[in-house]
Design a protein around this ligand. Sequence first.
Ligand SMILES: Nc1ncnc2c1ncn2[C@@H]1O[C@H](COP(=O)(O)OP(=O)(O)OP(=O)(O)O)[C@@H](O)[C@H]1O
Ligand SMILES: [Mg+2]
Length: 254
Amino acid sequence: MADEKYLLTTEHVKLFYGEKEALHDISLHFPKTGITALIGPSGSGKSTYLRAINRMHDLTPGVRVEGKFLFHGQDIYADNVDLVDLRKRIGMVFQQPTPFPFSVYENVAFGLKLGKKMPKHELDEEVEKALTQAGVWNEVKDRLGSNALGLSGGQQQRVSVARVLATKPDILLLDEPTSALDPISSRVVEDSLLDLRDHYCLIIVTHNMQQAARISQTTAFLNEGRLVEVGNTRDIFLDPKEKETQDYVSGRFG
Ligand SMILES: Nc1ncnc2c1ncn2[C@@H]1O[C@H](COP(=O)(O)OP(=O)(O)OP(=O)(O)O)[C@@H](O)[C@H]1O
Ligand SMILES: [Mg+2]
């Protein structure tokens, strides 16, 4: 039975790179909407965990994933899962903005063109909608035909978010999406993510504690491949249960 309360449940997740166990028994659950922040020192397994959610490790030789991943109650790791479809529904935004060297318009329309054929006016509407949702429409609407690589880093990152949104995902996975940006662009991207959190499930890896505190409702702290603690973001930062969490959020290590 699907658990109605959660869009995504991951239970007893272990991940091995060859012999090395990089994730030890991680169980985390995600509701349909809201932002969950994954925090933890470098090498704690944040990216490894995030990538397991949309099966990005499938092509890496020697990686073994154990545990249960249920998305809408369906097993993400079942043999019959269509990976292209899965990655449309669970989209990923990376640290470096990743526009293709095409126009802004083509960057966003790209994923849509892979699907069923759409009349031009419909495509135009979808592109506008995605760019609006990503909070960058006003800045790019007069330069949709220009190369996306000519935009600022922050604009590129929001175009990357729009590209993911265009395929109508339920979940956005974001791996340090603002760490390559200056503080002002970072805040602008953060504000766009805040606008999305009532409509999507966002899971964001960040090293920026202020950012996690500002935008997420739930925070999970990982250390050395273990889930140390997960809870309400306020509690994790102000009143954590574990001393390890306290030490990390107060900057004593990591
Ligand atoms: N392809 C790989 N092969 C072998 N080991 C890997 C591979 N990718 C990651 N690891 C190891 O798995 C552990 C977790 O790495 P991961 O990249 O998930 O950490 P992270 O929390 O995202 O760190 P950072 O904050 O630096 O991005 C580390 O010990 C890392 O060296
Ligand atoms: Mg990482």
